[in-house]
Design a protein around this ligand. Structure first.
Ligand SMILES: Cc1cc2nc3c(=O)[nH]c(=O)nc-3n(C[C@H](O)[C@H](O)[C@H](O)COP(=O)(O)OP(=O)(O)OC[C@H]3O[C@@H](n4cnc5c(N)ncnc54)[C@H](O)[C@@H]3O)c2cc1C
Length: 496
C-alpha cells in the first residue's frame, strides 16, 4: 500500500472502464489522495471515444460534437490547468449544415446573430419567437448547471429550490410543445428539436426544461479539438497520469469480489486486485452482472422497461476526392423524423427511410485524410437490441450513398476507396453495452435526476457508478460531470 505525504496509507480505488466519466473520476480521486487504478478491457483508452485509422484516414469512432465548452474548461480548471494546456480548440462556422431535400439545406452559423438571420430568411418575423425561446433556454442552462446536473441524484430534495419550483411546469411540458409555441416553420422546428437527439429521446417525451441544450447549440456553439475528440481523451489521460493514476488496458474485469455486502476487490482473468472502493464507468447493467445476484439492485425487467438512447449504425468511409456542398457536421433530415423516431422507440425495428448524420472531419482537420481526399463518418440512429447482419448494413450503406449523391448533387459511389461499418453487435462486444446501446439511458421525464439508476449502490457499501446510464445522462459533458459527482460522493462516504 502506498503512503500519502503525511504517512497515512492510501486507500485503493479500482475504476472499471476508461470512458470520459471514469477518466474524470480518476483525476478527482487521485487529487484527493486515493491510489487509483483504471482497468479497461480494450487496448485503447477513452471508451466510446476511440479512434479508427486506415490508409491515412482518421476517424472518431464515437463523439464528434464538442458542445458545452464551459464543462470541459471547468474540469481542467479544477486541476489548475486549462484546455489550452492540452489541446487546441476552434469554433466551427458553420456549426453544421442541415439538408431537407435535394440542394435544399440550411447552414447554421457560428454566432447567434448569424443563426437569427438564417431564421429570418427562412421565415420572416421568426427571429422574435427564436429570441424568446432562447432566453428561456439560456435561463434553463444557467439553472441546470447551477442546480441540477452537478447533483448526485440521491433525492428529489437536492433540486428543490424556489427557482426549480417556479420552473417545475417545464418538466411536464415537452420540448415539442415549447418549440411549436415559438416557431412555425417546419424546418426551423426541426433545427430546434435536433439537440434532443443528444438526450436520446423523442421531442414529445423530453421535458421542455431540456431546451438548455439549445443554448449549448445555438449560443455556446460547436467546437472542434484539433486532431479530434481523441485529443480530449489524451489530455485527460495525461492529466490523470500526472496525478498518479495507473492504467491497465486489454484487461476485462470478470467479477466484483464481495464479502457479505462489501467489495474487497476485482477479479481479472489471471489476477485479483484488492480495493477499498470500486467505481464503475462501464455500462451500469453490465457492472451489476459482475456481482452476485443478491447484490444487484435492478432486475432484468427493470432494464427491459427503461427507455434507452439509440444504438447506431456507423460507416467510416475514405473518399478519393474532396466532397462539395457539405460542412464538417452535416445532418440529412430529408426524411420524416417522426416516422424514424417511432421506429427507434415504439416499433423497435430497422428504419425504412432513416435520417442520418455525417461528419467530415477532413473539412477542418488536414490530418484527418490524405491530401485531396475526404474522410467521412455516417451515422444512423437505431433502436437498441435489433438483430444485426452484414447484409443489413450493406443495404443501408447503399441507401445512404444514393441519397447523399442526390441531395448534395454529385457522384460519390465510384470515389469510395473503402468503408468499414460498426453497429449493435460491435457495441455489445466492444463495450458490454446493454442491447448494443450507443448513448446510454435516455433523459426522459421518468429517467431524470433521482429517477435514474443510483450513483451509489444501495446494496453494496463501497460500490459506486458513473457514466451515461446514471446521472446526469448521455453525452461527453455529462460523462465528465458524472465522474465528478461519483468521486465527490465516494469521498463524502469515505470521510463520514
Ligand atoms: C457513435 C457515437 C456518437 C456520439 N456522439 C456524441 C457527440 O457528438 N457528442 C457528445 O457529447 N456525445 C456523443 N456521444 C455520447 C458519448 O460518447 C458518451 O455519452 C460518453 O462517451 C460515454 O462515456 P462513459 O464514461 O459513460 O462510458 P464509455 O465511453 O462507454 O466507457 C465505458 C468503458 O468501460 C469499458 N468496459 C466495459 N466493461 C468492462 C469490463 N468488464 N472491464 C473493463 N472495462 C470495461 C468499455 O470498454 C468502455 O471503454 C456519442 C456516442 C457514440 C457511441
Amino acid at each position: 500500500m502506498r503512503s500519502t505525504r503525511d504517512g497515512m496509507s492510501q486507500k485503493k480505488v479500482c475504476i472499471i472502464g476508461s470512458g470520459f466519466s471514469s477518466l474524470s473520476a480518476s483525476c478527482y480521486l487521485a487529487k484527493a489522495g486515493y491510489e487509483v487504478t483504471v482497468i479497461e478491457k480494450n487496448s485503447a483508452l477513452g471508451g466510446r471515444a476511440r479512434q479508427f485509422k486506415r490508409d491515412g484516414f482518421v476517424y472518431d469512432m464515437g463523439p464528434s460534437f464538442y458542445w458545452m465548452p464551459d464543462v470541459f474548461e471547468k474540469f481542467f480548471n479544477d486541476f489548475d490547468t486549462t484546455t489550452e494546456d492540452f489541446y487546441s480548440l476552434s469554433k466551427l462556422n458553420p456549426a453544421y449544415q442541415v439538408y431537407f431535400g435535394k440542394e435544399d439545406s440550411l447552414r447554421i452559423g457560428g454566432s447567434y446573430e448569424e443563426i437569427r438571420e438564417t431564421f429570418e430568411e427562412v421565415d420572416p418575423g421568426s427571429g422574435k419567437g427564436l429570441d424568446r425561446f432562447m432566453d428561456n433556454a439560456s435561463d434553463n442552462y444557467a439553472l441546470a448547471i447551477e442546480k441540477l446536473v452537478y447533483q448526485p441524484g440521491q433525492s428529489v430534495f437536492e433540486i428543490i429550490s424556489w427557482k426549480t419550483i417556479k420552473n417545475s411546469f417545464q418538466f411536464v411540458q415537452t420540448i415539442k410543445q415549447l418549440v411549436t409555441k415559438h416557431v412555425k416553420h417546419p424546418k426551423l422546428r426541426q433545427i430546434l428539436e435536433f439537440p434532443v437527439l443528444f438526450l436520446g429521446a423523442k421531442p414529445e417525451t423530453t421535458p421542455s426544461f431540456y431546451n438548455f441544450m439549445n443554448h449549448a447549440d445555438l449560443k455556446l456553439g460547436t467546437w472542434y479539438p484539433q486532431g479530434g475528440m481523441v485529443k480530449v481523451v489524451e489530455a485527460m489521460v495525461d492529466l490523470a497520469k500526472l496525478l498518479g493514476v495507473t492504467f491497465i488496458t486489454d484487461t476485462a474485469i470478470e467479477e466484483i469480489v464481495t464479502l457479505k455486502d462489501t467489495v474487497i476487490g476485482v477479479k481479472m482473468k489471471d489476477r485479483f486486485l484488492p480495493a477499498d472502493y470500486v467505481l464503475s464507468g462501464a455500462d451500469y447493467h453490465h457492472t451489476e452482472q459482475l456481482l452476485p445476484t443478491t447484490l444487484r439492485q435492478y432486475s432484468s425487467s427493470y432494464w427491459e422497461k427503461k427507455t434507452f438512447a439509440p444504438s447506431a449504425l456507423l460507416f467510416f468511409i475514405g473518399f478519393d476526392k474532396k466532397i462539395k456542398n457539405i460542412a464538417h457536421h452535416t445532418l440529412f433530415f430529408d426524411t420524416d423524423f417522426n416516422a424514424h423516431a417511432a421506429e427507434i422507440y415504439d416499433a423497435k425495428q430497422w428504419p425504412k427511410n432513416p435520417l442520418f448524420y455525417a461528419s467530415f472531419p477532413s473539412v477542418t482537420d488536414m490530418y484527418a485524410a490524405p491530401i485531396g481526399k475526404e474522410s467521412a463518418v455516417l451515422l444512423i440512429p437505431l433502436a437498441v437490441g435489433l438483430s444485426d447482419s452484414k447484409a443489413t448494413r450493406a443495404h443501408y450503406f447503399d441507401q445512404l450513398i444514393d441519397r447523399m449523391e442526390i441531395l448534395t448533387n454529385q457522384s460519390l459511389r465510384e470515389d469510395v476507396l473503402f468503408y468499414e461499418s460498426y453497429a449493435i453487435d460491435d457495441f455489445k462486444s466492444d463495450y458490454n453495452a446493454y442491447k448494443g446501446n450507443a448513448y446510454g439511458l435516455a433523459n426522459t421525464l421518468r429517467q431524470t435526476h433521482f429517477l435514474r439508476p443510483n450513483i451509489k449502490s444501495k446494496k453494496v457499501n463501497n460500490l459506486f457508478f458513473c457514466g451515461q446510464l446514471t446521472v446526469p445522462g448521455p453525452g461527453v459533458p455529462p460523462a465528465i460531470i458524472s465522474g465528478k459527482i461519483a468521486s465527490d460522493l465516494l469521498i463524502k462516504y469515505d470521510t463520514i
